[in-house]
Design a protein. Structure first.
Ligand code: ATP
Ligand code: ATP
Ligand code: MG
Ligand code: MG
Lengths: 283, 216, 283, 216
């Protein structure tokens, strides 16, 4: 216990000896962690949007604005009579708008003061009827019904979106991985530099009978301190950014966790970085 | 206590030590002399395993240095106090911290360490410089800090390499008294020096190195 | 001349003395420069899309699919007769699609095998008629014309897009500035670390009569070498990424320049970083 | 050439030099002695402007050190060769490069520098160590590298701080001969030492420092 506190004190005094440079290093690392956190949030948002849409849209029948509730009901029944249709769900134009707002963010649509979306029926097809040709056939039939303004092959648009989301996920992962590798490099460099700066001191400690771990422990402590300090900064920044981009709305929990996890992530990278640094240096 | 058997050490293809054999008894005090570059420092470095011999046998207390594993080197070194010719002080630590380091490494509790540092610094006449950094000391003062750091751990073996090169004759005498006190407590003391005044009339054995060979 | 070559040799030997660490530093910096380059490309793309759309869409009249060329011509004349309308331009559904492709990237729309866009007339209003109420009034009148399926207040959607683009530009600039600051920090730290590593040597050089600039010049040379090496790497990477995201299509020149400029940018940051490092250290 | 007038230098509120006055003529050779910590190194550091006096006047050749601007310090130092007590060798440069540095800083062309280094290393008996790093040298060999670096620039003033602390008596004599040769070429030479053997029977003036005061 006493020995550990000795090491922590050594580590802290090393950090404070060059507080300026060390703060800058922490700042650089936190920029990287911040980017990782917001990329994760963005990828998550996009993917949950895609999966929501993929579920929702089998086939969408847009209804003429002129239809009253009665005719809508009749039309719904008629549609559900088709053999391939499992069920049809009425989506009012208001519901459609609020869905869109949820996906794109309230603020993005602030410019609109009129709802341009139509009422619609969301149609789920029975299993075995979701092949493109079949869907096209059903769509053609539905289009001919009274009161239908248009039919949309939802899955096509979903395909476009899913395609974009896949690309973005790929790109985001590549970015995340490069950043992680970069951060580990920076951390292990920082520790290595501290190590080299003290290499003279370390040689002397060895001559006085210090064991390898007596020498290494302060550097491991430093790595963790660096990493988690940067993580804390990044957490604050990414939470702030997410809040700001969401125009002040609290984020849903599945988007918030990356902004917290980044602290632990930073600490973990710190351990990895310093282990790499002190492990590779022959004592 | 210190036994060399036909020890050979090469640097860059040139022999720095050539077939050196000698034996110091436990508790003996002896001197090592010879011209500049004759291998005195090299011989001492072999004792605390800072260098490894090419051939021959070196026994220090119970350790056979040619069979020593890397993991036990620290424990050998804790038993060998060294006054380095080039001091090797930590420049960013105070005099007190430098001297205390020997004890910290050995795990001595901090209160005990504190007291022992104070009395050892008094011994070498540097109590008033406890909180100075090495760069704030004169050459002779730095040399005395090194001496304090070497003797504080009560090592079984004390090696001193030119320990009075930066000291005036009077301070030199005081430092020799410190070494004699350590010797009186049972340590084996081995001092490398150019200064004949240190070993003349001392009654101790004097080993002479020349071109890598030893004679006594 | 001889003196300069002496300094360059000193700088290079310093860099190679720790080639591993220095390569990692260059790599970290190039990640930052890479992000700056692709952010610039993205912001450029988005903004040119918005400005193109803003010009094009005054008010858009969507035409029924059933109209033949004759009727379209007649309708166009009728529309141009309205006092507030400066001119009307016919945009075929194919033109509309190819515009969309140009803005979103060919690949994004690969999923579509049918063109869902209608024919339309793009209407420019006479100066003094672009206030929201006036536009609404004109739109209402146009909507009543035979053969018109709908009228879109282009500027509203453009507003949404412009809003998004503005946010993204803001966000991109913030990111770019933080990254630039971060890179300057890293560079100046790297130089400072080299400086500190050699501080002992430097003190001795001063005692032997060296002037401040004799000591500083190798560090300035090193800063430039670091910065431009990282820039070169980033340039290659961002060109590759842009090419990949553009699915193999060559980028238009206005999107390519950031991938080249990043080399000079890196060198400039190198000078700034090393000047900061050696300027602030008292000799 | 070297003139101190009532020079006072404090460290941490304690006087290291107290009202020191003396005068060395151009081309004179003299010694400075005194116990460890008496201020010898401090006095020499004032001469090459590594420290600044609190009060008094210091004149070196044509320079009044209290009026010296920062920009002219390098030019003062190029005229003062120093054998540092703690060597101050660049650890990552070879012996040759260390000695050559003095000339590089003064802008001497590389071919000329090369030749002068070779002959100076021969003078101190280290030609065979030209390409060694300082860490590969014995204490005495390092000291001779420092001496070579100090004399190679033909300085008007040569200061030596304990230049024989790591040398055996024979090599010490050889080094003293080097200093005498430099002196014979017209340089002012000032040597701080603990070793009375260096200045006894030399016929030179000897200044003694004690508790910050000087006497000759
Ligand atoms: N690490 C090394 N690499 C190469 N050669 C070395 C190394 N260490 C010492 N030498 C050489 O070995 C020889 C003996 O050196 P050593 O330091 O043992 O001499 P010394 O007797 O202590 O001399 P001094 O009295 O000058 O300190 C010298 O010629 C020296 O140059
Ligand atoms: N940078 C400094 N800061 C504080 N005190 C210092 C500094 N340099 C020297 N001193 C103190 O000033 C006094 C004189 O030091 P100086 O180095 O001049 O002595 P010296 O005569 O050269 O001794 P030695 O023979 O041991 O080298 C000493 O007590 C020393 O501790
Ligand atoms: Mg030696
Ligand atoms: Mg001194």
């Amino acid at each position: 216990m006493r020995i550990l506190s000795f090491h922590i004190r050594t580590a802290l005094s090393n950090m404070f000896r060059n507080i300026g440079i060390n703060l800058l290093t922490i700042f650089s690392i936190s920029v990287g962690l911040f980017l990782i956190a917001i990329t994760t949030v963005t990828v998550n948002t996009l993917n949950s949007a895609v999966s929501e849409w993929t579920e929702g849209f089998g086939l969408v029948v847009y209804l003429m604005d002129s239809l009253d509730d009665e005719s809508i009901k009749a039309l719904k029944a008629e549609v559900e009579n088709e053999p391939e249709v499992k069920d049809a769900r009425f989506i009012s134009r208001e519901t459609a708008m609020s869905r869109l707002k949820k996906v794109l963010g309230e603020a993005t649509l602030d410019g609109l003061d009129e709802n341009p979306l139509p009422n619609s029926l969301e149609i789920s097809l029975r299993q075995g009827n979701v092949q493109p040709e079949k869907v096209r056939e059903v769509a053609a039939r539905l289009k001919r019904l009274e009161g239908v303004e248009g039919v949309q092959f939802g899955e096509k648009w979903v395909g476009v979106l899913a395609n974009a989301a896949r690309r973005f996920t790929l790109f985001g992962s590549a970015l995340g991985i490069s950043l992680t590798v970069g951060i580990i490099f920076i951390l292990s460099n920082t520790i290595k530099v501290l190590f080299y700066r003290r290499s003279n001191e370390i040689k002397i400690l060895k001559l006085l009978g210090a064991t390898s771990w007596f020498i290494r422990i302060p550097f491991l402590v430093e790595g963790v301190l660096f990493g988690s300090a940067a993580g804390l900064l990044a957490s604050g920044a990414s939470y702030g950014a997410a809040y700001w981009l969401g125009s002040g709305h609290a984020l849903p929990p599945n988007l918030v966790w990356p902004t917290h996890a980044v602290i632990l992530f930073g600490g973990a990278l710190g351990i990895i970085g310093s282990l790499l640094a002190v492990g590779r240096i022959r004592l | 206590m210190i036994k060399f058997d036909n020890v050979v050490k090469y640097y860059d293809g040139q022999p720095a030590l050539n077939n050196v054999s000698f034996h110091l008894e436990k508790g003996e005090m002896a001197f090592l002399t010879g011209p500049s570059g004759s291998g005195k420092t090299t011989l001492l470095r072999l004792i605390y395993r800072d260098e490894v011999a090419e051939s021959g046998r070196i026994i220090i207390a119970d350790w056979d240095l040619l069979k020593l594993t890397g993991a036990s080197i620290p424990y050998l070194r804790r038993n060998v106090g060294v006054v380095f010719q080039d001091f090797k002080l930590l420049p960013e630590r105070t005099v007190r911290e430098n001297v205390e380091l020997t004890l910290r490494i050995q795990g001595v509790p901090s209160e005990e360490a504190r007291e022992r540092v104070t009395s050892t610094l008094k011994l070498v006449g540097l109590r008033h410089k406890s909180d100075a950094l090495p760069t704030q000391l004169s050459g002779g003062e730095q040399q005395r800090v090194v001496i304090a750091r070497a003797v504080i751990g009560n090592p079984a073996v004390l090696l001193a390499d030119e320990p009075t090169g930066n000291l005036d004759p009077e301070t030199s005498k005081e430092i020799m008294d410190v070494f004699k006190a350590v010797h009186a407590k049972g340590a084996t003391v081995f001092i490398a020096t150019h200064d004949p005044a240190l070993f003349e009339h001392s009654g101790c054995r004097v080993f002479r190195l020349n071109h890598g060979g030893i004679s006594s």
